[in-house]
Every structure is written in structure tokens, then in C-alpha cells.
Design a binder for this molecule. Structure first.
Ligand code: NAD
Length: 246
């Protein structure tokens, strides 16, 4: 399905990013496993991908830093000859109630979760325009659509990602580049593992399917958006949330 395509997945050493990198590889794509700091984990993902019979490399780059992002895209093209798919997955949380939220926590979350999407998308756009093909898939969140107390920074970033997705979709459509988002609900990863038990129980009560999602269930939606099956979809957000928001 994705044979001969090259994908960059940001923040791919664990969680949804790792599951997405594996899923794209399982369907034939060569994958760049981007990571921020944990080289060992990223190399483990690379080794698992190679076992599937496709190529993979790990590239360190902080998505909030435009120079390192540009270097990552250059290395990708030098290695694989093209970049066809970008999955903007890297994300962090720095939760606090609005009145207690520090400016540095606002900046850190916006820089990674929103500006990171700007940097990575900008770096791949020119090569994608030249080849007249591209798939950009941004990982937003259910809270970007409904808000969430204690996450003003994160919600602003994730809502921003949906707006950015729609605008890039409009700007890049005439070069056959589609831009879509997935908005996961409550997915079982290290990010949600850090939440207090009472918060988890409360969130579980809001999910009609009555369970947390698995990273692989988000990865499959990303893979669909990256595939030819989604050739007439752009500017859309697919909600993968067990029915949490309808
Ligand atoms: P995670 O914390 O397990 O993974 C996030 C990854 O991003 C990590 O590998 C981390 O190292 C990487 N990363 C962080 N900052 C980075 C940077 N500056 N540059 C490069 N990489 C960086 O979390 P996850 O749950 O797998 O989240 C993946 C994405 O899904 C995030 O964008 C998150 O906001 C989003 N999301 C998660 C959930 C959930 O319930 N887990 C729900 C909605 C949205």
C-alpha cells in the first residue's frame, strides 16, 4: 500500500509515534524515526522496522528547533531520495490550572505541539511541491475540539493544529499535497500513564466504548490518511476517541 514511500514520524521512539512508524512500515513505507533524546529507544524501533523488510533510520531533532528540523529533512532526502509522508506526532504536556500556569510552560507546549508542526510542515513542503505529492498528517487531540480544564496551553496548541491543518490543506491542494489530522481521545501511552487515577477514572466514564484506546488504533487512522485510499480527503480531522465526542 505504501511501498516505495518515505515517511517521517516525529516523536516516534514510543507511544502513538512508535505505533505509527511500525504501522506505516508494515504497509511498505521506509521510515524516519525522529526522536528528541532517547536514541536507544529510537534505534530499537528502527531495528523492529527493519525486521519487517523495509528501511528505517533514526534522526535526532527537536521539532521546536527549525534548524534541526531542516537538517532532518535534508538527511531524509539524502538517504531515501524523497519525503512523501510527514506525521507530526511529537507532543508534550505541562498541565496546570490557567491561573497557575507559568509562561514557560505555555511557551514549551506551544513551541513543541504547534510550532513544531509549523517547522516540520514547512521543511517538507518544498520537496513535496516539487514532486507534486505529499501527505501531511497532524496529531491533534480531542481536547483541541472541546477544551480541558488544566490544559490551556495544550488545548490552544491542539486546536491550533486543527486550524493549521485546514489552512495548509487549502494552500497545498493544487500540488497534490493533502493535509489532515487525527484527534485521539484517551490513549494508553506514557503520556496518559502519568495522570492521577481519579482523573483516569473520570475520563473513562466519558467514553462510550468504555476503555482506553491503544496507540495502534490511532496508527491505523494515520496509515489510512497516508494511503491512496484517502486521496480525496484533505483538511479533515478524524476523531479516534471511542465515541468520547460525537
Ligand atoms: P508520548 O509522551 O508517549 O510520546 C510523545 C513523543 O514525542 C515522545 O517520544 C517524545 O520524546 C516526543 N517529543 C516530545 N517533544 C519533542 C520534541 N521537541 N521533538 C521531538 N520529539 C519530541 O505521548 P503519546 O501519547 O504517544 O502522544 C503522541 C501524540 O499524541 C502527542 O502529540 C500527543 O499530544 C497526542 N495525543 C495523545 C493522547 C493520549 O491519550 N495519549 C491523546 C490525544 C493526543
Amino acid at each position: 500500500m505504501l511501498q516505495g514511500k518515505t515517511a517521517i514520524v516525529t516523536g516516534a521512539s514510543r507511544g502513538i509515534g512508535r505505533a505509527t512508524a511500525m504501522e506505516l512500515a508494515r504497509h511498505g513505507a521506509n521510515v524516519v524515526v525522529n526522536y528528541a533524546g532517547n536514541k536507544e529507544k529510537a534505534e530499537k524501533v528502527v531495528a523492529e522496522i527493519k525486521e519487517l523488510g523495509v528501511e528505517a533510520i533514526a534522526i535526532q531533532a527537536d521539532v521546536a528547533d527549525s534548524e534541526s528540523v531542516q537538517a532532518m529533512v535534508k538527511e531524509t532526502i539524502d538517504t531515501f531520495g524523497a519525503v512523501d509522508i510527514l506525521v507530526n506526532n511529537a507532543g508534550i504536556t505541562r498541565d496546570n490550572l490557567f491561573m497557575r500556569m507559568k509562561e514557560e510552560d505555555w511557551d514549551a507546549v506551544i513551541d513543541t505541539n504547534l510550532k513544531g508542526v509549523f517547522h516540520c510542515s514547512k521543511a517538507v513542503t518544498r520537496p513535496m511541491m516539487k514532486q507534486r505529492f505529499g501527505r501531511i498528517i497532524n496529531v491533534s487531540s480531542v481536547v483541541g475540539a472541546i477544551g480541558n480544564a488544566g490544559q490551556a496551553n495544550y488545548v490552544a496548541a491542539k486546536a491550533g493544529v486543527i486550524g493549521l491543518t485546514k489552512t495548509l490543506a487549502r494552500e497545498l491542494a493544487n500540488r497534490n499535497i493533502t493535509v489532515n489530522a487525527v484527534a485521539p481521545g484517551f490513549i494508553e501511552t506514557d503520556m496518559t500513564g502519568e495522570l492521577p487515577e481519579d482523573v483516569k477514572a473520570q475520563m473513562l466514564g466519558q467514553i462510550p466504548l468504555a476503555r482506553l484506546g491503544q496507540p495502534e488504533e490511532v496508527a491505523k487512522a494515520v496509515r489510512f490518511l497516508a494511503s491512496d485510499d484517502a486521496s480525496y480527503l484533505t483538511g479533515q480531522t478524524i476523531h479516534v476517541n471511542g465515541g468520547m465526542v460525537m
